[in-house]
Design a protein around this ligand. Structure first.
Ligand code: IMP
Ligand code: MG
Length: 178
């Protein structure tokens, strides 16, 4: 399939809409972290584009790191077990951490990441997710900063993949089932 045109698809959010959503999220974060220097931790790999745009809209000092989690094998079905393949290198203890997720689906990965950060002694942990797929939630997760409520269906683009394809699409697209 062509990266610019993944078959039959429906654009859920185009790049202009995404930019506005990200700007609003950054404004809220900026208000809440005035005078602080939060540690922004992106969940790899899906959050990398969102995080890059978000932090460039923050007019405040930040530290940036990543955590690598995998819960999906191949394709669109979560296997339900979360594994950690990359730990943040920056000291987390005592820091005001903002965990950045592309999408919260079952909530298992996010739950894992929040527990991990608390165990490492984070001073505070808040969650910023671009997309909230509420219909698929199996663990109760409080999202402090949420961009858009995701529809059912599998989303790709703007960092989100299907079998590692489509992360570089500028829009967020719902993949058709064919
Ligand atoms: P969860 O643990 O079920 O909440 O899944 C979280 C991770 O699964 C997200 O960070 C994404 O990487 C991936 N994921 C969940 N839903 C989608 C989707 O619709 N498109 C692409 N990736 C998804
Ligand atoms: Mg992810």
């Amino acid at each position: 399939m062509n990266t610019d045109n993944p078959g039959k698809h429906f654009v859920f959010a185009d790049s202009r809409q995404i930019e506005k959503v990200v700007a609003d999220l950054a404004a809220s974060i900026q208000r809440d972290y005035l005078g602080k220097k939060p540690l922004v931790i992106g969940v790899l790999k899906g959050s990398f584009i969102f995080l890059a745009d978000l932090v460039r809209k923050l007019d405040t000092e930040v530290e940036i790191d990543f955590i690598g989690l995998s819960s999906y094998g191949r394709g669109q079905i979560s296997c339900g077990t979360v594994s950690l393949y990359f730990e943040p290198k920056i000291e987390v203890a005592g820091k005001d951490v903002i965990l950045v997720e592309d999408i919260v689906d079952s909530g298992l990965s996010t739950n894992f990441a929040i527990n991990y950060l608390r165990q490492r002694g984070a001073g505070s942990v808040k969650l910023c997710a671009l997309l909230d797929k509420q219909a698929c939630r199996t663990v109760d997760i409080n999202i402090d900063y949420v961009g858009l409520i995701a529809p059912e269906g599998f989303l790709v683009g703007y960092g989100l993949d299907c079998n590692e394809s489509y992360r570089n699409l500028r829009d967020i697209i719902i993949l058709s089932e064919e």
